[in-house]
Design a protein around this ligand. Structure first.
Ligand code: SAM
Ligand code: ZN
Length: 184
């Protein structure tokens, strides 16, 4: 009887922990919907004032060696299937966060050439912040910061005025322009 009681309370503790884990990846400010940019996206459920901490980018804390291994595996998969989704975020010099877990809502935020959000590192956590006022119903987006060297692999469908056509870090747009001109 005592052993059964212990088992029940252990499973309750586990359940509570799973609920906590799940809730950490959710936010009152946003929800997942079908996106006009690509697949699923994340949309504001209410007005979000500038600078608001919207949602945590949760995931598994991994060291650089594991990060490289997973990054290479994702790349190899993308060459086979065309699925180029990358969920690994650089956190520090020694570790990264792999956000490829179902409770990480923020993993579904799409890229835009005119993003309304930005990822900020806060200690050992990553949060998505508003870059300006965001209206209810707007899709949340941020700059994926992809390197210009692989621009051809990532055409951008953000549809924003001034879209540069490829998912490339804004800091490398000048270089992208030079390469596109050279090709024309
Ligand atoms: C982390 S996932 C984002 C969620 C994705 N929409 C989904 O449904 O799984 C990243 C992938 O979404 C797609 N994506 C995100 N932003 C995009 C954009 N602006 N234009 C085209 N595809 C985009 C690309 O395939 C990218 O590799
Ligand atoms: Zn774009």
């Amino acid at each position: 009887m005592a052993a059964r009681k212990k088992k029940v309370s252990e499973s309750k503790v586990l359940h509570r922990k799973l609920v906590q884990l799940w809730n950490r990846g959710q936010s009152k400010y946003c929800e997942v919907r079908g996106s006009e940019i690509h697949g699923r996206g994340v949309y504001a459920t209410r007005f979000i004032p500038d600078q608001t901490k919207i949602i945590e980018y949760v995931g598994e804390l991994i060291d650089k060696e594991e990060s490289e291994r997973r990054g290479n595996a994702q790349h190899a998969k993308s060459l086979k299937t065309g699925d180029a989704a990358v969920y690994i975020f650089t956190l520090t010099n020694t570790c990264d966060i792999d956000g490829n877990v179902p409770w990480n809502t923020a993993r579904l935020i799409n890229h835009s050439c005119r993003p309304n959000c930005e990822a900020w590192i806060d200690g050992r956590k990553i949060f998505i912040h508003a870059l300006g006022d965001i209206n209810a119903g707007d899709e949340l987006t941020f700059d994926y910061g992809f390197d210009v060297d692989c621009y051809e692999d990532h055409p951008c469908l953000c549809g924003k005025e001034g879209c540069v056509g490829y998912i490339v870090s804004r800091s490398q747009w000048a270089e992208l322009g030079t390469r596109l001109k050279a090709k024309a």
